[in-house]
Design a protein around this ligand. Structure first.
Ligand code: ADP
Ligand code: MG
Length: 348
C-alpha cells in the first residue's frame, strides 16, 4: 500500500507545500503547532482541497489538479480521527461505532460486536459518551474509525485531549489495538516522544513545508536540518565554521572539534546530542570543553546536567549521565566534557 502526497495550498498568510511518499506502516507527521499538520490530513481525507498537486493511494487517484480529479471524502476510504474526537453525544457507544457502516443489520451488529470485543468495551455498548471516561471515549472513537476498514487511518494528535498519565497508558493500548488494523496509519503529533514510539517513518513539517522525510531513528540520531534538530528537542546547537572537512569550529561553544570522518560538505550549524559527552579528567584531551556545573535535574535513571561553558560563558551545555556514573562526583566547578565524535551532527 503506497500513499503519495504532493500538494500545495495557499491561504492569506500561510501556505502549505507538502510532499512525501509512504509505504511503511506507521508514518508520523511531526511539526510545531500551526505548521500545517492538520491541514495536510484534511487534504488527504478530502475535507480540504489543495490548489494544486496530486494524491495517490496505490493506483487510485484521490486528487489530481491537472486531471481535475477530486474524490469525495466518502469515496476515498480513509478514516480520520480528529484532534478532538467528536463522538455523537446522543448516540450510544454501539450506535457511534455503527454510524457509517454498510451492510445488513446483522452484518453491522456483527462488526460492532467484534469492535467492542477488540477494544475491551464489552458491557459499555448502551452507554452514552458522557458516561464514559476519557480513555473509553477515545477507544470508541478509534473503534468507529477502524470499523469500516479504511485503507488509511489518519490520527490527528490522538492523545492531545488527555492528561499525561492517561496518555502513557493509552499510547501502549492503542499500539496494541492497532495490531488488529491492517491498513496504513498516519499520525500527526507535535510530541517527539510520541513520534519516536509510534512511527517507523517521519515527515518533518516546518512552516507549511515538508522539509525532511525518513526513518524515525535515523532522523532522531541525525536530524540534518537546523529546524528538525530544534523540533527533536536538541539543546546543544552551535553555529559552526568548517576549517577543513575534519576540523569544525563550534563558534558558540568556543571549541574546534577534530573528527576522524570527513564532513560531506560545508554546514552552517552543528549539534551535539545530550548523551554525546564523556566526562574526562584531562582538560587537554582532544575535543574537550571545560565547564562548570550550574544545575542538576534528577530523573528516574539519570541526571540532566546543565553546565556553563567556561570558554564561552554565555553558552550552556546539556548532557545526560546515568546516576551511578555521577553520584560519586564531588568536584562541580571543573567538569571536562569530551565530545563524542559520533554524537556530533552537522546541520543545514
Ligand atoms: P497544525 O495542525 O500543524 O497545528 P494547522 O494545519 O491546523 O496546523 O494550521 C496551519 C496554519 O494554517 C495555521 O497557521 C492556521 O492559522 C492556518 N489556517 C488553517 N486554516 C486556515 C484557513 N481556513 N484560512 C487561513 N489560514 C488557515
Ligand atoms: Mg492540528
Amino acid at each position: 500500500m503506497i500513499l503519495s502526497v504532493d500538494i500545495k495550498k495557499r491561504y492569506k498568510g500561510f501556505s502549505l507545500d507538502v510532499k512525501f511518499t509512504t509505504n511503511g506502516e506507521y508514518l508520523g507527521l511531526l511539526g510545531a503547532s500551526g505548521s500545517g499538520k492538520s491541514m495536510t490530513l484534511k487534504c488527504i481525507a478530502g475535507i480540504e482541497t489543495p490548489d494544486e498537486g496530486k494524491i495517490m493511494l496505490n493506483d487510485k487517484v484521490l486528487f489530481d489538479s491537472d486531471k481535475k480529479i477530486n474524490l469525495k471524502p466518502q469515496e476515498r476510504n480513509i478514516g480520520y480521527m480528529f484532534q478532538s474526537y467528536a463522538l455523537f453525544p446522543n448516540m450510544t457507544v454501539e450506535e457511534n461505532i455503527g454510524a457509517g457502516l454498510k451492510g445488513t443489520k446483522m452484518e453491522r451488529q456483527q462488526k460492532i460486536n467484534e469492535m467492542l470485543k477488540i477494544f475491551h468495551m464489552d458491557g459499555l455498548e448502551k452507554k452514552y459518551p458522557g458516561q464514559l471516561s476519557g480513555g473509553q471515549q477515545q477507544r470508541t472513537a478509534l473503534a468507529r474509525c477502524i470499523a469500516y476498514e479504511p485503507d488509511v487511518l489518519l490520527l490527528d494528535e490522538p492523545f492531545s485531549a488527555l492528561d499525561s498519565h492517561l496518555k502513557e497508558q493509552l499510547l501502549t493500548d492503542v499500539l496494541e489495538l492497532l495490531k488488529f488494523y491492517k491498513g496504513k496509519v498516519i499520525m500527526v503529533t507535535h510530541s517527539r516522544d510520541e513520534a519516536y514510539r509510534f512511527c517507523e517513518n517521519l515527515v518533518i513539517i516546518d512552516k507549511g513545508m515538508s522539509v525532511l522525510w525518513g526513518d524515525t531513528k535515523d532522523i532522531f540520531k541525525h536530524p540534518r536540518l537546523l529546524s528538525a534538530a530544534r523540533l527533536m528537542g536538541c539543546k546543544n546547537i552551535s553555529k559552526c565554521e568548517m576549517l577543513s572537512p575534519t576540523s569544525i569550529s563550534l563558534l558558540d561553544f568556543g571549541i574546534t572539534i577534530e573528527t576522524e570522518n570527513e564532513a560531506a560538505k560545508k554546514y552552517g550549524y552543528a549539534g551535539i546530542s545530550s548523551n554525546g559527552f564523556q566526562i574526562t579528567d584531562n582538560k587537554a584531551e582532544k575535543n574537550t570543553i571545560e565547564c562548570k556545573v550550574i544545575e542538576i535535574i534528577e530523573e528516574e535513571f539519570d541526571y540532566t546536567i546543565i553546565a556553563e561553558n567556561k570558554v564561552c560563558s554565555n553558552s550552556k551545555l546539556y548532557f545526560k549521565v546515568i546516576k551511578e556514573k555521577w553520584d560519586n562526583r564531588e568536584e562541580n566547578n571543573n567538569l571536562y566534557l569530551k565530545v563524542k565524535e559520533d554524537c556530533l551532527f552537522m546541520l543545514e
